[in-house]
Design a protein around this ligand. Structure first.
Ligand SMILES: [Zn+2]
Length: 442
């Protein structure tokens, strides 16, 4: 998969975990003793990336379950993940996966998330960045520990923002994450931050007569039904193209995480739909209980339907405009937020890209080529080409015909490891233990 379309009748020879030859059956020279795998009638696509993933451990699941949890992306064809709130035990886990001791995807681990304050009831996870000088110093420290990027989350003040982005530039490490209402979009674009969730994009579309001081539904604003949601009435959609141009001029990558926001805050999955979500059985029982309470709180008195409809339309129109303006989009699930079990939900995010107007091929690029380019590993991942890592999945059905077909996984190749359907089902049966954990432990 380099260009759009299906290359038919191809044979791939893998040697030492790399694609050594790729061509028609006649062109290929089979090495002696090579093991042959018949993939007739199947479709081969690059291993998928989930660029926005967390661990249940952030929410209190005991550390011992991490080795089960990392099986779930692999089962779902997700062979590379970016963990968006790092901890040292995740770096240790990454090392074990790299050594082949644990079955899991290749992991890039962003730093502990920088948070300006924590007024919520839920468990705090991250680094409390309430001093600009200290936050600036943390950047070098986190880089040294092996984190791939600096992650920013909620309530960052402009002075902390400046200190962190300046230090990151000096250290040569990328900054990624949320954009808060005090930082604002123009500052993030100027710093060339990689933006998650399209934070502050809706705010950039509000007319001057808007209410609530221009604070709209980005990030934690989505919880604010009384004052943030009414601003949807002040969104001027004719500003979307200009916004997309500004973002594309900044040359940044954007991870919309649309499925998460649209499904839980605008569409409103019913209890039954939630129970039928793929991967639901792998959501720990204690986490389900907490999420049920949040879901009930939001939906007992939801924002009016026409505002929610506008929210969906605007998010999708922004994605479409960003794509057309040349911005590189990346697929991120934000699992395991809510009921988003790791791996399973990346496929739903691909669907969301097509609902926004991208072709199936362009949607696939958000989880293959684009993230590989962003991480600077396009020489070994992201497309299926000679010399690259043997990192791909075999599908029963063609995803260019229906994007949902990325779920028809028959086999997963990760370098010199190969999992057929039976091996993948075994991983699933091992990881199911996560679902019954009733109490979050420290
Ligand atoms: Zn996140």
């Amino acid at each position: 998969m380099v260009k759009e379309g299906v290359d038919e009748d191809k044979t791939v020879v893998i040697l030492d975990g790399k694609i050594e030859q790729i061509g028609s059956r006649q062109e290929i020279r089979f090495p002696k003793g090579a093991k042959r795998i018949d993939a007739k009638g199947g479709f081969m696509i690059p291993g998928l990336f989930d660029m926005h993933l967390h661990f249940y451990h952030d929410y209190g699941l005991a550390e011992k379950y991490l080795i089960e949890e990392v099986k779930l992306p692999v089962v779902n064809g997700v062979t590379t993940v970016r963990i968006m709130d790092g901890q040292e035990n995740y770096l240790a886990l990454k090392k074990r996966i790299d050594k082949g001791e644990v079955t899991g995807p290749e992991m890039f681990i962003a730093s502990p998330q920088f948070v300006g304050k924590w007024p919520f009831k839920g468990k705090f996870s991250g680094y409390m960045a309430d001093s600009a000088a200290e936050a600036g110093n943390k950047v070098a420290e986190f880089k040294k520990l092996g984190y791939s990027e600096i992650k920013l989350a909620q309530f960052i003040t402009p002075s902390v923002y400046e200190a962190v982005t300046t230090a990151a530039k000096k250290e040569g490490i990328k900054v990624t994450g949320h954009v808060g209402p005090d930082v604002k979009l123009y500052r993030a674009l100027h710093a060339r931050q990689q933006i998650e969730h399209m934070d502050e994009f809706i705010e950039a579309l509000l007319t001057d007569s808007t209410i609530n001081n221009g604070k709209s539904v980005s990030d934690v604003g989505v919880w604010n039904k009384k004052t943030a949601w009414p601003t949807l009435q002040y969104v001027d959609e004719s500003r979307i193209d200009a916004l997309a141009k500004r973002v594309s001029d900044a040359g940044i990558y954007v991870t919309p995480t649309n499925y998460f926001f649209i499904n839980f805050f605008a569409r409103g999955a019913t209890g039954e739909q939630v129970r039928n979500m793929r991967g639901y059985d792998y959501v720990p029982a204690f986490h389900k209980k907490n999420v049920n309470a949040s879901q009930e709180y939001f939906w007992k008195d939801p924002p009016p339907e026409d505002w929610r409809r506008k929210y969906i339309a605007v998010r999708y129109k922004m994605v479409d405009a960003l794509y057309k303006a040349g911005t590189r989009l990346m697929a991120g699930s934000d699992g395991p937020e809510w009921y988003l079990a790791p791996g399973f939900t990346l496929h739903s995010e691909l669907e969301a890209f097509t609902e926004a107007g991208l072709s199936n091929f362009a949607a696939l690029e958000t989880a293959t080529k684009n993230p590989a380019m962003y991480m600077g590993i396009e020489d070994r991942k992201g497309t299926i080409e000679k010399g690259k890592r043997a990192d791909f999945i075999l599908l029963e059905k063609n995803p260019l015909i229906d994007i949902k077909n990325t779920r028809t996984i028959q086999a997963v190749f990760m370098s010199n490891k190969f999992y057929d359907r039976k091996a993948l089902d075994k991983l699933l049966s091992e990881a199911i233990v996560i679902g019954s954990v009733a109490v979050g432990e420290e």
